[in-house]
Ligand binder design. Structure first.
Ligand SMILES: *Cc1c(COP(=O)(O)O)cnc(C)c1O
Length: 299
């Protein structure tokens, strides 16, 4: 048996160790970041909200006019087969469609490209380490870099155009912060590298509805908030208002709900994780075990 404990890939229809999967240098996925992807968490041996993640992936493919020759059920089957083979019970599972190579010499016509599907899984990723998350992480508001406008690269399609996020992360790290949030050109808070952002005002949660990926964790937070009797508002969130929140937190499939204790020089909840954020985090790790939201994997 090959060792898949570091991760597995579903590559050209076969399950291989992750290190054996690599894109050709001429794939438009490499040369133009021309990729749609999605990431679904596996927790304690089952997928969380698998149908929702795969539905978003299929919508992304349609938006980018990619054909991968697989329907949603076939994508789910490929992911299940791969994770089962990997034996990973807590996993970060990526499904990817790349534009592919253009077999017509010199062609710049995207319709000529041979789109293709692959997937990979690695041990579960926390975008902020759990200890740091419990204490409340630190977020830098990017000063030099703005989120790519929604009419340039559609943020509702999960994509690899990370130039803005990577530049923002350098700004954040250079200033001693864990991660970064980007503003749009009107000064509203959008999102960060792999997460959505929430502001808490008393019993009210506000998160942007514009210029962001509609995260499945974000949707989970909105549903959990309704269950907890909190009010929710999805609308543009100006930075000035964001900085006046009682609490701030992030949502991502890489770690669920992540409390924030500091934004720039401003300390929230006395420099600790806030009570609403901690409650949402606790609820998230309950929800991902709810049978109604899970697809168990037979290993
Ligand atoms: C993945 C991602 C998110 C979070 O989405 P989830 O479905 O909750 O994981 C938010 N913003 C961006 C840019 C992302 O790539």
């Amino acid at each position: 048996m090959t060792d898949l404990s570091k991760g597995a890939a579903h590559w050209q229809g076969r399950i291989v160790p992750i290190a054996e999967a690599a894109l050709p240098v001429t794939d438009w996925g490499v040369t133009h970041s021309d990729i749609a992807y999605d990431v679904v968490p596996v927790w304690k041996g089952g997928f969380f909200r698998l149908d929702d993640y795969v539905a978003r992936f299929m919508a992304s493919l349609a938006a980018l006019r990619m054909e991968i020759g697989r329907d949603a059920d076939e994508v789910k089957a490929a992911l299940t087969e791969m994770v089962a083979a990997s034996c990973l019970r807590d996993s970060y599972v990526a499904m990817v469609a790349a534009r592919g190579r253009n077999p017509v010499p010199g062609s710049r016509d995207p319709r000529d490209c041979e789109n293709h599907f692959y997937a990979w899984c690695v041990p579960y990723v926390h975008i902020v380490k759990p200890d740091a998350a419990m204490q409340g992480t630190s977020v830098w508001i990017a000063k030099r870099i703005r989120r790519i406008p929604a009419d340039s690269v559609d943020p509702t399609v999960k994509n690899y155009h990370w130039g803005d996020f990577t530049g923002g992360l350098f700004e954040a790290k250079d200033n001693g912060f864990e991660t970064v949030l980007l503003l749009d050109h009107e000064g509203n808070v959008t999102e960060g590298p792999g997460f959505n952002a929430f502001a808490v005002f008393d019993d009210r949660l506000v998160t942007s509805d514009h210029g962001v990926l509609h995260g499945i964790s974000r949707r989970t937070v909105l549903e959990m908030a309704a269950e907890a009797g909190l009010r929710v508002e999805t609308r543009p969130l100006p930075l000035d208002e964001f900085l006046e929140a009682d609490e701030v937190f992030l949502s991502s499939s890489g770690g669920g709900v992540i409390p924030v204790a500091q934004v720039d020089e401003l300390h929230f909840s006395n420099g600790a994780a806030g009570p609403v954020a901690l409650d949402m985090r606790r609820r998230y790790f309950d929800w991902i075990e709810r049978p109604s939201h899970r697809t168990e994997i037979t290993y």
